[in-house]
Design a binder for this molecule. Structure first.
Ligand code: CUA
Length: 330
């Protein structure tokens, strides 16, 4: 009996540590890779430490009074403890934490260094436009955000139909995206790497499948990538890819998707001009491999419930050619 009670206590005490152990990795506010995320994680740790100290003080006092020296204090002393510990101490500590917390909190509307990225939340993917300083037309892509390291980039956010929330935990706080209104968050990544962004507002059946890769690059590599991204799609490089392109057009994929440099100019779904060079497929759902491309095309409604794109029932050779064509769009 005593043993199982102790086990229970150990379990309860270890829960917070188990929970924290799950907070590492590419999608974690506690693993900051940007200036704003660093402020937020510092805020978290200081608040946590403050909370633990207060918890120990209150429970220590309770234990002392109830177990160590019960009945040792008179009414007057108790009143002092109540006023001091119940009113004065919390007001002082909480006011100090509030003032300090507000001073350290990152300002999401801080102006950027020039590059603007416009992101539209769709059900359930991300329409992405890069507007370098002085550009007249954007570089359009989807489901991936690339940022130059050491620069503050403005992300101008809006939405198609419902409210979404843009969040890259490793880089900063979250910002809601509303239909018919533009919100802004600026991010200053400080570590090169690939992180994970996730929609943080319930937006329909496939909300949980609305993610993206956030790739932080050296400035030079970013400029080269953006120039490449602005170019038209490369023509198919093999017989299989050429046949795949024919399947793409005969199945009507171009009615919903754009592949710049071809007749596909659809705007309903994600731009596929350079889909083969992205880190993920289906907004963080899968990898861009031949197997995943085939699985995506044939099981879209299973992999992302209620998405607009229907599942296609293609002959196996057409399907594999189409996957080769899409993977070759780099
Ligand atoms: Cu978009 Cu949740």
């Amino acid at each position: 009996m005593a043993r199982s009670r102790r086990c229970g206590q150990v379990l309860v005490l270890s829960v917070p540590f188990l929970a924290l152990a799950g907070c590492g990795g590419e999608q974690s506010s506690l693993n900051p890779a940007g200036r704003d995320a660093l402020s937020i994680s510092t805020l978290f740790w200081v608040m946590l430490a403050g909370g633990v100290v207060l918890w120990l003080l209150v429970n220590g006092a309770f234990y002392y009074i109830s177990r160590v020296r019960p009945g040792a204090f008179d009414q007057r002393y108790a009143r002092h403890v109540l006023i001091g510990g119940g009113i004065v101490l919390p007001v002082v500590v909480l006011s100090a934490l509030l003032v300090w917390g507000l001073s350290i909190l990152p300002d999401p509307r801080r102006p950027g260094d020039g590059l603007v990225i416009r992101v539209t939340g769709e059900q359930w993917w991300w329409r992405v436009e890069y507007w370098p300083e002085g550009a007249d037309t954007p570089v359009v892509t989807a489901n991936e955000i690339r940022l130059p390291v050491g620069q503050r980039t403005e992300l101008h956010l809006t939405s198609d139909k419902v409210i979404h929330s843009f969040w890259i935990p490793a880089l900063g706080g979250k910002m809601d995206m509303f239909p018919g209104r533009e919100t802004m968050i600026s991010l200053a990544p400080e570590k090169v790497g690939t992180y994970r962004g996730q929609c943080a507002e319930f937006c329909g059946a496939s909300h949980a499948w609305m993610a993206f890769a956030a790739v932080v690059m050296e400035e030079e590599a970013f400029d080269l990538w953006l120039a490449d991204e602005a170019a038209d799609a490369r023509p198919p490089a093999s017989d299989a890819a050429m046949r795949g392109e024919q399947v793409f057009f005969s199945e009507g994929c171009g009615a919903c998707h754009t592949v710049r440099g071809t007749e596909a100019v659809g705007l309903v779904g994600p731009d596929l001009t350079h889909v083969g060079s992205r880190q993920t497929l289906g907004a963080g759902r899968m990898r861009v491999t031949l197997e995943d491309l085939s699985a995506w095309i044939t099981h879209t409604d299973v992999l992302k419930p209620e998405v607009k794109m229907p599942s296609y029932d293609l002959a196996p050779e057409h399907l594999s050619d189409l996957a080769v064509y899409l993977k070759g769009l780099k």
